[in-house]
Design a protein around this ligand. Structure first.
Ligand code: API
Length: 284
């Protein structure tokens, strides 16, 4: 099986072209094996680029633990780059099907005619607690909601960008918070589908710094759906403006929550790192 390693802002996945090859049926097991940083290729998960009946391609995204997510913001930019650069869809305006619907993307190429930056219309955020889902409240939104995790008091804002996010604004996004509390919040029973957790330091009304604990993958160097959720949470809680620059561990993303359309737009890089062949039969 041919694979390509790509990253968006340091959020790295193993990408497989399912237009031109068949891959093993058990994609959950494949995701666990191939994502392993010591026994596999290494990555935050596996992304299958599949043909679509309704769009230019379909993204199937699996976390490193084999669980499937509805959406991946950094992943979808890389899928667009792969589709353009490898001639699956030679278009600068592209539509990609995800578990969260079909999204529109705009691709920017350099002098080399390779894609370097992609803007994704991430759609409208879902704020209704039951639809995120979270049981933190019986009805309505969870915005700066006081809650206790593991004996610590926080104010959290929950947003779904197709997948669920819990945004927490903090003074300092320490290891203790991200690595210590991240997994506890991910698996808290008040998030019935588990949750991705974003720890955010506000630098100014137009600039934030993000660390992410991802459902199913642990700490990652960036999270595009998370960064979009942060843009929304910042506006809802009056901390930031509608357009922000978000510094993640592996790079920057620009986010804009458009008032008229209610859609969030995300712009960031997409990078191909290397390709190879994965041979299951070699796995002892
Ligand atoms: N890193 C991804 C999100 C993966 C989310 C996944 N961990 C989940 O279970 O929803 C992004 O750039 O949006």
């Amino acid at each position: 099986m041919k694979f390509t390693k790509m990253h968006g802002a340091g959020n790295d996945y193993v990408y497989v072209d399912c237009f031109n090859q068949t891959i093993p049926d058990n994609v959950a097991e494949l995701a666990r094996k191939i994502s392993h940083r010591h026994f596999g290729v290494g990555g935050d998960g596996l992304i299958c680029i599949r043909p679509s009946d309704v769009a230019d391609a379909r993204m199937q995204m699996l976390n490193a633990d084999g669980s499937e997510s509805e959406m991946c913001g950094n992943g979808i930019r890389c899928v667009a780059k792969f589709a353009y650069d490898h001639n699956l869809a030679r278009k600068k305006s592209m539509r990609i099907e995800t578990g969260a619907g079909v999204l529109d993307l705009e691709l920017s190429t350099g002098d080399d005619d390779l894609v370097h930056e992609v803007t994704v219309d991430m759609g409208a955020p879902e704020l209704e607690a039951a639809k995120i889902p979270t049981t933190l409240t019986d009805s309505g939104r969870v915005v700066d909601h006081a809650v206790e995790f593991d004996g610590h008091q926080f104010n959290v804002t929950c947003v779904s960008m197709g997948n669920p996010h819990c945004v927490i604004f903090v003074e300092k996004a320490t290891d203790e918070l991200v690595l210590g509390l991240g997994p506890k919040i991910e698996n808290d029973p008040r998030f019935p589908h588990r949750i991705n957790v974003e720890f955010i330091e506000v630098i100014s009304p137009t600039e934030v710094r993000q660390r992410t604990w991802e459902r199913g993958s642990g700490e990652t160097w960036a999270c595009g759906t998370g960064a979009s959720a942060v843009c929304v949470a910042g506006v809802l809680t009056g901390r930031t403006e509608r357009t922000i620059l978000n510094h993640l561990l592996g790079g920057d993303l620009t986010l804009q929550w458009d008032e008229a359309s209610d859609h969030v737009k995300m712009t960031g890089g997409a990078t191909e790192v290397f390709s190879g062949d994965w041979d299951e039969s070699l796995d002892a």
